[in-house]
Ligand binder design. Sequence first.
Ligand code: ARG
Ligand code: ZN
Ligand code: CA
Length: 254
Amino acid sequence: FAGIARIPCVVHVVWKTPAQNISQAQIDSQIDVLNHDFRATNADLGIVPAAFTDLIADARIEFYLATEDPDGNPTTGVTRTQTTVNGFGSDDKVKSSATGGHDPWPTDRYLNIWVCQLSGGLLGYAQFPGGPAETDGVVVLHTGFGTNGTAAAPFDLGRTTTHEIGHYLNLFHIWGDDGSGCSGSDEVADTPNQAGPNFGVPTFPHVTCNNGPNGDLFYDYMDYTDDRGMVMFTDEQVARMEACLDTVRSGLIA
Ligand code: ARG
Ligand code: ZN
Ligand code: CA
């Protein structure tokens, strides 16, 4: 695509307790975070040390709540569904009304984002490009969504959704998903080879897999640090996401 890709989103709020029925302001705060993170205009980019600043990339992707529903009628881009489910898992039940959730809007044209209670400490999960249409999209825990309302530290800066959309646009975890080994790859050339995930907010440099002196790029959205520690995508990660939007997911920006 040329210029900026603008992706229409629908947020499906699936709630049991009233608190889980998050506010419009909380939804808007998440869209705002995405529009900074995917344009490299987030205010916290300054935490990246000079050794890595050349890798910071603008993905040229923006997000908006859909203004037209699948039938062509005006919409807020938000659905709200009451459920009897206490907590969902990564089994896609939130993605179907038959299992206590809400069916997706046409996944070739909308980025579907389900926000709900998740069990077992799960912050979110995503479906990679090329999977089944009926489960396509991302799911995010309501307390890890947006920056106000029920959003709770240390996952209250909207970065879980940024991370999940990274997967949705074909990015793998930066450590290569090989446990703590040095043989897995994220198939991205400009991210240093890294042993396992980083948690919390590490101190620079964190050297693994002979990646010194600068070490792991733990500032990347595709690591597992706290929200305030993940602030960037790299050029080659951006190339993968843009290639995905130009091919498998081109219907989103048609
Ligand atoms: N565990 C989730 C996943 O692998 C999300 C991790 C997001 N991390 C964060 N600091 N917000 O997709
Ligand atoms: Zn992930
Ligand atoms: Ca790599």
